[in-house]
Design a binder for this molecule. Structure first.
Ligand code: FPP
Length: 254
């Protein structure tokens, strides 16, 4: 049992009071690309391109600060409702980065994991995504989880369905189902729960991101639009995290 009362996979930094200052897992809701572009009279795709540069800065900051796991909400299951042009732009960016930047990340020691419903992407994007995971599987410096066509509720539903199938086939005993066992059916089974979730652009909601996994995450909302995000914002979020007292439902420190 962890001090959190959660039996979900622990981060190795099993914090209670007197928590280590550095989060083991930072997750980011990258918001504000469209507003960044609009403020400059540019098309939305320009905001997404600038956002992709901010992704590189964020990954670099996570590596240099020693954060072990970084999850980026790059494409939500709801993003498919955007115009076909914008979906095509986002998919093209994703394709470009998967094709041309994964080798560099691999050299940096980054392990890439992808969560979400990849079946909705074109076959070549799916193949590139799987190739990125395979190529980087042995790396240990930073686990980079890319949430693509991801929805937190959909993840919980697919986990529940798989639990039901496993129970029906006798692989698991329904009487033994608990939080830890359920967590193993989620797409995030092999990564710790996020300690810190950062959202840019001043919006203060989770938007279907890591709903189960965020149970005890510290939430930090910053006004900066995602394309302007850099290592200073990353550090500011880490500072805010370090000042929080995480109690996981326990009594406050006296
Ligand atoms: C939110 O901004 C951001 C996204 C919908 C996608 C995030 C994408 C990137 C950071 C670019 C890199 C992505 C890939 C797939 C390589 P918004 O468009 O919702 O901004 P708004 O709220 O100001 O309109």
């Amino acid at each position: 049992m962890t001090t959190s009362g959660s039996t979900a996979p622990v981060s190795g930094l099993d914090r209670g009071r007197g928590a280590p200052a550095l989060p083991a897992h930072v997750a980011v809701i990258m918001d504000g690309n469209g507003r960044w572009a609009a403020a400059r009279g540019l098309p939305r795709v320009a905001g997404h391109r600038a956002g992709a540069e901010a992704v590189r800065r964020c990954i670099r900051a996570a590596i240099t600060r020693g954060v072990g796991c970084l999850t980026l909400y790059a494409f939500s299951s709801e993003n498919w409702r955007r115009t076909p042009d914008e979906v095509a732009d986002l998919t093209a960016l994703l394709r470009y980065y998967l094709r041309h930047k994964v080798a560099e990340l691999c050299r940096e020691g980054v392990r890439i994991r992808i969560i979400g419903d990849l079946s909705r992407f074109d076959a070549d994007v799916r193949d590139e995504a799987r190739r990125a995971e395979d190529m980087t599987a042995a790396n240990t410096r930073l686990t980079l989880v890319l949430a693509l066509s991801y929805g937190g509720r959909a993840d919980i539903v697919q986990a529940a369905a798989r639990v039901a199938f496993a129970a029906r086939s006798g692989t698991i005993d329904p009487a033994e189902l608990d939080e830890a066992l359920f967590s193993r059916f989620l797409l995030t089974a092999d990564v710790p729960d996020p300690d810190l979730i950062v959202r840019t652009s001043g919006e203060c909601r989770l938007s279907n991101f890591l709903l189960w996994q965020s149970a005890y995450a510290e939430l930090v909302f910053i006004e900066t639009l995602w394309p302007d995000f850099d290592e200073h914002h990353f550090d500011a979020a880490l500072d805010m995290f370090a000042r929080r007292e995480r109690r996981f439902g326990a009594r406050p420190a006296l």
